[in-house]
Write a protein that binds this ligand. Sequence first.
Ligand SMILES: Nc1nc2c(ncn2[C@@H]2O[C@H](COP(=O)(O)OP(=O)(O)OP(=O)(O)O)[C@@H](O)[C@H]2O)c(=O)[nH]1
Ligand SMILES: [Mg+2]
Length: 406
Amino acid sequence: MIPSRLFSARPQAVLEGVGCWMLAARMVHGPSRLLLLRASPRLLSVSCADCTKHQEPPRKQPLSEKKLKRHFVDHRRVLVRGGRGGNGVSCFHSEPRKEFGGPDGGDGGNGGHVILRVDQQVKSLSSVLSQYQGFDGEDGGRKNCFGRNGAVLYIRVPVGTLVKEGNEVLADLSRPGDKFIAAVGGAGGKGNRFFLANDNRAPTTCTPGQPGQERVLFLELKTVAHAGLVGFPNAGKSSLLRAISNARPTVASYPFTTLNPHVGIVHYEDHQQIAVADIPGIIRGAHQNRGLGLAFLRHIERCPFLLFLVDLSVPEPWTQLDDLKYELEQYDEGLSKRPYAVVANKIDLPQARARLPQLQARLGQEAIALSAATGENLEELLLRLKELHDRHVATELEHGRQPLQW
Ligand SMILES: Nc1nc2c(ncn2[C@@H]2O[C@H](COP(=O)(O)OP(=O)(O)OP(=O)(O)O)[C@@H](O)[C@H]2O)c(=O)[nH]1
Ligand SMILES: [Mg+2]
């Protein structure tokens, strides 16, 4: 058996074909063992006619940004119905020479619940259907056989799903693995054996299974992230998220390029991960439904700290911060008072760099000047982000709460 560590590069090129096995075996014991470990599979396959037939299968194309957007859904109305309980049965035991053996009708099984379960792999509510019907319980049987209970039906929802019935919030599924019973399955009916009593030795009564609970729920997704990126359209929010994380939101020079929230994860060397959410741009008067309005701000409602992104390439950039704070306050009082950092973007442009001292003076606080396009001074932002995160963790622990973990 060839050790599996041999195939650290891409195993399929070596595993296919006897010729390659021999080559691999010879190389393990030979002096060029290291060489083989580093050799590309393409190189190996050339030496083996068999392997050339087994080319790497075509990779699945990642979904384009346009398609991803089409799939993004952040609210849903769902009708959920628990499974129906199985019916109880009325029958009597009978066998040769024992004609009246007594009641032996079994109970029906309970109907299955419908349960909402958080799954980290699910990123939007698009996979949630408009109706769910739980599994029914089985009917009881002869010989006191109880019917099987209906299986539980799980609906997978993303982290940060809020479950509402009318205006009442029933559950906030904000952690992976969180569950909520959306509809309870109906109880199974009783067989006539259940009704056996001293004064009634041959009951014929049996009860039908109960219908499952039925209700209409409203699911609302509120993105969960540590930091929310807030800025005017075109300020460079998506460019910045691309620069500091693996997220790939679309970047373009027209306003409202981003229509749905994107979450990027910033990885630090000590394995700490900080989630940053990019949301659509906010404009002056957004609270009066200008631009895209403010409804999408629910995606930063859960962010414990914010990054205000100011575009230095436009005249009087200092007014942007006041406008942004004002709009946040209109949406939710106190939202703009969360811990934040001000980031001044596009420092690579000469006219933008010239505005920086004035911006600092006007704001009366330090702004992190950087360029998302060239990557200049991103380190300062990353350090500040970590600082904000550490402070958030300390505060949460102080209050006995569990800090948000990604
Ligand atoms: N010169 C320069 N251009 C930048 C920089 N960052 C972003 N841009 C440009 O600014 C334009 C807008 O960038 P986006 O990242 O799409 O801006 P956004 O804030 O996400 O915009 P919306 O999604 O519409 O709200 C693009 O043409 C970018 O190339 C920067 O640091 N320097
Ligand atoms: Mg954008």
